[in-house]
Design a protein around this ligand. Structure first.
Ligand SMILES: Nc1ncnc2c1ncn2[C@@H]1O[C@H](COP(=O)(O)OP(=O)(O)OP(=O)(O)O)[C@@H](O)[C@H]1O
Length: 296
């Protein structure tokens, strides 16, 4: 499948846990073009993975709509493939059989052999197809998980902190590998990450999620003020105060979207990216000194 666009309109998610309702996401509007790489950044617990899961159909939106290539997502989305933080390989199967698992049902033996060989070679595991997951390193297992996802030739690749559990050097190598693979396959990518550098290295745009400054209490106060100014308005109608585009307290939404300059793969030492890094970290509440001007 070639890359496809995706679109979220007014998406909200409320979880029920322990008899209580909790709004995690609200009013999320996002449009991602076919072949675009978008990184989702935000504080821990703000709903990044939930948003990714909504696109993959692993969760259902409580409000709004999620569309992949113009079609509403209902249930597990066949046009998406997900890679999680941990490889989730079947331990009793060889690496090649794990990758084969990603292929559509009914794929012929011959085709399976060619596809598996191709994707293992793309992720640099051509020599390790016969190994079991426990016989390879964490980085290699994660590469196998990436190969399994790519073997499905997804329209959208959903990556949920795919490199977070890897050591720093392996992580950088995996980022470069992903940039190469994405360029070759042209897949649309939604990437959840905590790593600002990873987002800037890989993404065309960085979406910052966070709780809205405007809460339901603010909205109710506004409504009260409007009613004081115009007493006829919403008379006896408390529900009237609750109408409108109100983000429930604690629910995250898109706070800002940052376009990353330059063409992928990017130079990690780029001065413009360094300045953006300071900006994004500040948005996440981490204040760092501005980078020194680049030497000529
Ligand atoms: N199935 C569920 N039932 C109830 N609450 C849930 C469920 N899934 C997620 N949550 C809650 O939703 C919130 C957002 O979780 P999510 O994993 O999407 O955040 P995140 O931004 O990806 O976090 P992190 O960066 O720490 O991985 C959390 O408070 C979490 O406890």
């Amino acid at each position: 499948m070639s890359a496809v666009p995706l679109r979220l309109d007014g998406v909200g998610k409320v979880f029920s846990a322990g008899g209580r309702q909790r709004a995690v996401l609200a009013d999320v509007d996002l449009s991602v073009a076919a072949g675009e790489v978008v990184a989702l950044l935000g504080p821990s617990g703000c709903g990044k993975s939930t948003l990714l899961r909504l696109v993959g159909g692993l969760e259902t939106a409580s409000s709004g709509s999620v569309r992949v290539d113009g079609r509403e997502v209902r249930g597990i989305e066949a046009r998406c493939a997900v890679v999680f933080q941990e490889p989730r390989l079947l331990p009793w199967r060889s690496i090649e059989r794990n990758v084969a698992f990603g292929l559509p049902r009914g794929t012929s033996r011959e085709r399976t052999r060619t596809e598996v060989k191709h994707w293992l070679s793309v992720v640099g595991l051509a020599e390790f197809g016969r190994y079991r997951p426990r016989q390879v390193s964490g980085g290699m297992a994660q590469r196998a998980a990436l190969a399994r996802a790519l073997a499905r030739r997804p329209g959208v690749l959903l990556l949920d902190e795919p490199f977070a559990a890897l050591d720093a050097l392996t992580r950088l190598r995996m980022q470069d590998l992903l940039a190469e693979v994405q360029q070759a396959a042209g897949t649309t990518v939604l990437l959840v990450t905590h790593d600002v550098d990873e987002a800037l290295h890989l993404a065309d745009r960085v979406v910052l999620l966070g709780t809205s400054e405007r809460t339901r209490e603010d909205a109710v106060e506004d409504a009260d003020e409007r009613t004081r100014e115009d007493p006829g308005r919403n008379a006896g109608d408390d529900a009237g105060k609750r109408t409108g585009n109100i983000t429930p307290p604690g629910a995250a939404t898109i706070r800002s979207i940052v376009e990353v300059p330059g063409i992928r793969p990017r130079d990690r030492g780029d001065a413009e990216l360094a300045a953006l890094r300071v900006h994004l970290l500040a948005e996440l509440g981490v204040h760092t000194p501005a980078p020194a001007a680049a030497h000529p």
